[in-house]
Design a protein around this ligand. Structure first.
Ligand code: NAD
Length: 297
């Protein structure tokens, strides 16, 4: 049986596969993306393409978004022809990583139009988005959680963090700091080992059988660094944004982040050298250049 139509804005590396999973589950979608090519695979599967976020929000009572940066989320939610000017929407689910400040601001702006924000950042990468194995962190009023749970379950495992807008964002930032830190420090350890004469594949196998193993040693290095592809699927600009938001949030809470600040600088260098659209595994290329060694299988 066909389900009610859902709106979906932002059909990039994460949003595309998540929207596709909603179609798999029997939902009808109304979609929007500023890049027509991103909408095409969903339209080919029966989704209706809308010309603006307002058009999506005048078609669907529940609108999901997966957008790159906090300013884009703010503009799509509250700007001209944004979600807030839709006539049908009651619930907006934000799957993007925006930080707690913007989540609270967007929640307030939407509330003025009687629209509830469900803050629902995700973790688990493009592979998790395709497979429906993401961690989905959710903060929103409890009754709305019950209503959106069946939709969000299509994406993976849910974690309800509380009612305060932005609390789920804080959980997400903590995770992404750790992910980026693992990428940076694993690059340093691998560069040292390879320069000393260790085979990178053997060193990775040792780390992954030992206490140093982490998401970079297990996933990112075998797939994107040893192969020289640097194509894991998460942009440097997005990782830099997440760690910046995290260190800023820690500072505003009075929590020192000495290591976090160093990770932020590693991403600043990677962003300056390889650009925001490069893959964030390019952190390893910066360390390779400094060390004068290549970490290849
Ligand atoms: P992406 O850049 O691949 O996708 C973003 C999409 O939004 C693009 O298709 C773009 O055209 C579209 N877009 C940009 N501005 C728009 C606007 N004004 N209106 C409508 N559409 C617009 O990014 P992504 O990797 O899919 O990440 C999306 C969000 O999910 C980010 O907040 C990111 O931090 C977060 N995230 C990403 C990953 C990952 O591994 N890629 C994992 C977890 C969370």
């Amino acid at each position: 049986m066909a389900e009610a139509v859902l709106g979906f804005i932002g059909l990039g590396r994460m949003g595309g596969p998540m929207a596709s999973r909603l179609i798999d589950a029997g939902h009808r979608l109304c979609v929007h993306d500023t890049n027509p090519a991103a909408m095409q695979p969903l339209v080919a599967r029966g989704a209706r393409a809308a010309a603006s976020p307002a058009e999506v929000a005048s078609t669907a009572a529940t609108v999901l978004m997966s957008l790159p940066t906090p300013p884009v989320v703010q503009a799509v939610a509250l700007g001209e022809r944004g979600i807030a000017s839709g006539t049908a929407v009651r619930t907006a689910i934000d799957l993007s990583t925006t930080g707690p400040g913007i989540a609270a601001l967007v929640a307030r702006g939407l509330a003025e139009k009687s629209i509830t924000l469900v803050d629902a950042p995700v973790s688990g990468g493009v592979a998790g988005a395709k497979a429906g194995t993401l961690a989905v962190m959710v903060s929103c009023p409890k009754p709305f959680y019950a209503a959106v749970e069946p939709i969000l379950k299509n994406f993976g495992r849910l974690f309800f963090t509380g009612e305060k807008p932005g609390l789920a964002q804080t959980a997400k930032l903590a995770n992404n700091l750790l992910s980026a830190a693992a990428m940076a420090v694993t690059s340093e350890a691998m560069a040292m080992g390879v320069k000393a004469g260790l085979d990178p594949k053997v060193l990775l196998d040792i780390i992954n059988a030992s206490s140093g193993r982490n998401t970079s040693s297990q996933d990112k290095f075998p797939r994107a660094v040893l192969t020289g592809k640097f194509d894991f699927g998460f942009a440097t600009g997005l990782s830099y944004k997440d760690v910046r938001l995290c260190v800023d949030e820690a500072e505003s809470l009075g929590v020192p982040m000495v290591v976090g600040a160093a990770v932020r600088q590693m991403l600043a260098v990677t962003n300056a050298k390889f650009g925001p659209d490069s893959d964030f595994t390019s952190i390893a290329r910066v360390i390779e250049e400094w060390a004068g060694v290549e970490i290849r299988g």
